[in-house]
Design a protein around this ligand. Structure first.
Ligand SMILES: Cc1cc2nc3c(=O)[nH]c(=O)nc-3n(C[C@H](O)[C@H](O)[C@H](O)COP(=O)(O)OP(=O)(O)OC[C@H]3O[C@@H](n4cnc5c(N)ncnc54)[C@H](O)[C@@H]3O)c2cc1C
Length: 84
């Protein structure tokens, strides 16, 4: 398909906007507009200290667990427990 290059504005630098901008930019001139000072939207890794231990919490995938994503685990054939 021979689509002429266009100038495209993508509003929002979350994962959806970044993915769109990435793929569109292969053929078009893309400008990404993000209201926050950082990219990622809901997806961000935040350091939390609990009982003297520091944990890196990914706010975009905080419910990535066996109960919620059991079909994912099956389809990816991932081990259910981390190797010791
Ligand atoms: C606490 C929490 C836990 C989650 N857990 C999971 C999970 O376990 N598994 C899972 O698959 N998903 C999870 N999600 C959902 C997942 O994070 C979101 O579906 C995904 O990040 C949404 O991406 P998005 O790009 O569509 O939107 P967003 O991440 O919301 O990005 C939208 C971006 O657009 C920007 N924006 C909005 N309006 C404007 C404007 N007018 N001008 C410029 N910029 C603008 C915002 O600032 C933001 O950066 C969770 C979400 C939350 C909040």
């Amino acid at each position: 398909m021979n689509v002429p290059a266009s100038r495209i504005a993508v509003v929002g630098g979350g994962i959806a906007g970044m993915a769109c901008a990435h793929y569109l930019s292969q053929r078009h001139e893309v400008t990404l507009f993000e209201a926050n000072a950082h990219l990622g939207g809901h997806t961000a890794t935040v350091d939390v200290e609990l009982h003297g231990h520091r944990h890196a919490i990914d706010t975009g995938f905080i419910v990535f667990n066996d109960r919620t994503f059991s079909a994912c685990w099956r389809s990816w054939a991932c081990p259910r427990k981390p190797p010791k």
